[in-house]
Design a binder for this molecule. Structure first.
Ligand code: XMP
Length: 511
């Protein structure tokens, strides 16, 4: 199997590079920069990609790689820090930008040299995403400049003869126009990949790895009935079947009828399934708490405690499995990245967990890849296409303190929204849509009387990876129907607003 080696120098979106490579049907692995050289070499790649990273190449202790990598006779693509490192190690010069005009952050108009293999057949000018404080003041001998921006004449370099390329910008992010095509060109035109890798292969490898890791051990899976945990369940069921028990903790913060639906769907499968009704326990712990991170931490911790209890009942459980996916990991602050939210299945875990280890078989995949894997595993479309629902459930869609009354009101309103969206046939075009109960009350008039009730917000977004998202332009008359039904059918709500912010600067969920 042809492989691409991605050497990780600590950038925030390094897994996005891996995803782009997988999209091109080429197998790749991301390995830390300080992996022993023999191990990197034994991986036997057809090409190497150096990722970005937060440091400066001339800083003491900055991540680096053994120079001998340049003698392997394998093409190398350096991205941002990776490009600077290549220049630095091959005798070029990298310097800190003296003034702000030479630093570039964000969308930058860039001109490409069409003769360079990376840019052949692409528009000669386009927006690229830059994020660098240092720049290459001199490229190494034998290299030519292949892209430039106004602030930076050295935006890309190439040594076509040796197959070495460096780009100062980030081709892996969506903001770089044709960035995916540039990575494809590196794989196909430079590394001569055949592109024979598929999600079916990934499934086979993931199953083999799970079998090796779990051995004869017993696994408890946290199943929420959402896409991620359902796919994790199917994967583990195929890997270790009878050693697996799926535990569905109904925390009482699910959408309308969802608990029963999950039970119904999974009890039809040939696996050990346990439902734990823990509503009172969760609401009790959430009483009086209104800070979002605190809610998330409490829910994450309570989840694990419930699992531990179930595990004790079952006896001799070795592993706890979860359907954590890559955006959960990165937003919870992996490595150098900042914490945006503690996703309950990652950052919310308490330090002490009574299991030998935690298994997260989807940890490196993006949502659309998880769906693809689900199809490979034969999951039904309705499960694979389900809109995501956060682990902490409606608790993070109720601003302020969570009470049973508020959960009931939100559940009804959310159901009406989903029902009307589906009736209007708009559900297929939306990535996620739901209602949020704010803690703002306002004055209204109903019948002949004054009301002083809560404002409900509707949120609908489109996105491919859930790391960025756009608010959806859903039809006004659909909003109108939803609004009148909710104020008429749900007590305690007298005003409806529609959220028209994208991510960033907002997030998809309100907490
Ligand atoms: P945000 O609000 O961070 O959400 O833009 C991005 C995606 O992640 C989902 N989400 C979660 N999923 N546990 C999960 O399993 C969580 O704690 C969690 N918080 C947010 C959110 O619904 C959206 O799809």
């Amino acid at each position: 199997m042809e492989r691409i080696l991605i050497i990780d120098f600590g950038g925030q979106y390094n897994q996005l590079i891996a995803r782009r490579v997988r999209e091109c049907r080429v197998y790749c692995e991301v390995k830390p920069w300080n992996t022993p050289l023999e191990e990197l070499k034994a991986f036997d790649p057809i090409g190497v990609i150096f990722t970005g990273g937060p440091r400066s190449v001339y800083q003491e202790g900055a991540p680096t790689v053994d120079r001998s990598i340049f003698t392997w006779g394998v093409p190398i693509l350096g991205i941002c820090y990776g490009c600077q490192l290549m220049a630095h190690l091959l005798g070029g010069q990298v310097v800190p930008a003296q003034d702000d005009s030479a630093r570039e952050y964000g969308k930058t108009l860039t001109r490409y040299d069409a003769a360079c293999k990376l840019f052949q057949g692409l528009p000669q000018e386009g927006v690229s995403w830059m994020s660098h404080g240092d720049y290459m003041s001199k490229v190494p001998e034998g290299f030519v400049l292949t892209a430039r921006s106004d602030a930076c004449p050295n935006a890309a370099m190439a040594h076509e003869g040796r197959g070495f390329y460096g780009v100062q910008f980030h081709p892996e992010v969506d903001h770089t126009e044709h960035g995916g095509d540039m990575i494809r060109a590196f794989l196909y035109q430079v590394c001569h990949a055949r592109g024979d890798w598929t999600m079916g292969d990934y499934k086979g490898m993931a199953i083999a790895r799970l079998r090796e890791r779990i051995g004869a051990g017993r696994v408890l899976l946290a199943l929420s009935g959402g896409v991620d945990s359902s796919v994790a369940a199917a994967l583990l069921a195929e890997a270790v079947g009878p050693q697996l028990t799926c535990v569905f903790v109904d925390h009482g913060l699910m959408r309308l009828s969802e608990g029963d639906e999950v039970e119904e769907a999974f009890s039809r499968w040939d696996l050990n399934f346990v439902r734990v009704d823990a509503e009172a326990r969760f609401l009790g712990r959430l009483a009086g708490v209104d800070e979002p991170e605190e809610k998330r931490k409490i829910i994450g911790e309570e989840f694990v405690r419930v699992f531990e209890e179930v595990a004790k009942g079952i006896g001799a459980v070795d592993f706890l499995a979860q359907g954590t996916i890559y955006p959960d990991v990165i937003e919870s602050g992996a490595g150098e990245a900042a914490v945006i939210k503690s996703h309950h299945n990652v950052g919310g875990l308490p330090d002490y967990v009574e299991f030998q280890a935690i298994i997260e078989p989807l940890r490196l995949l993006f949502k659309d890849e998880v769906r693809q894997l689900g199809r490979e595993l034969g999951l039904p479309e309705y499960l694979v296409n389900r809109q995501p629902f956060p682990g902490p459930g409606l608790a993070i869609r109720i601003m302020g303190e969570v009470t049973g009354e508020k959960v009931d009101a939100l559940r009804k309103a959310d159901f009406i929204f989903r029902d009307e969206v589906a009736k209007a046939g708009e559900d297929r075009g939306l990535s996620q849509y739901f209602a949020v109960l704010t803690n703002t009350r306002s004055v209204g008039v109903m019948g002949d009387g004054r009301t002083y009730d809560y404002t409900l917000a509707l949120r609908a977004v489109t996105t491919s990876d859930f790391m960025t998202a756009d608010w959806a332009r859903i039809p006004y008359d659909l909003l109108d129907r939803v609004s009148s039904r909710i104020v008429n059918e749900v007590a305690g709500i007298n005003r409806i607003v529609y959220d028209i912010t994208s991510k960033p600067p907002s997030t998809i969920e309100w907490e």
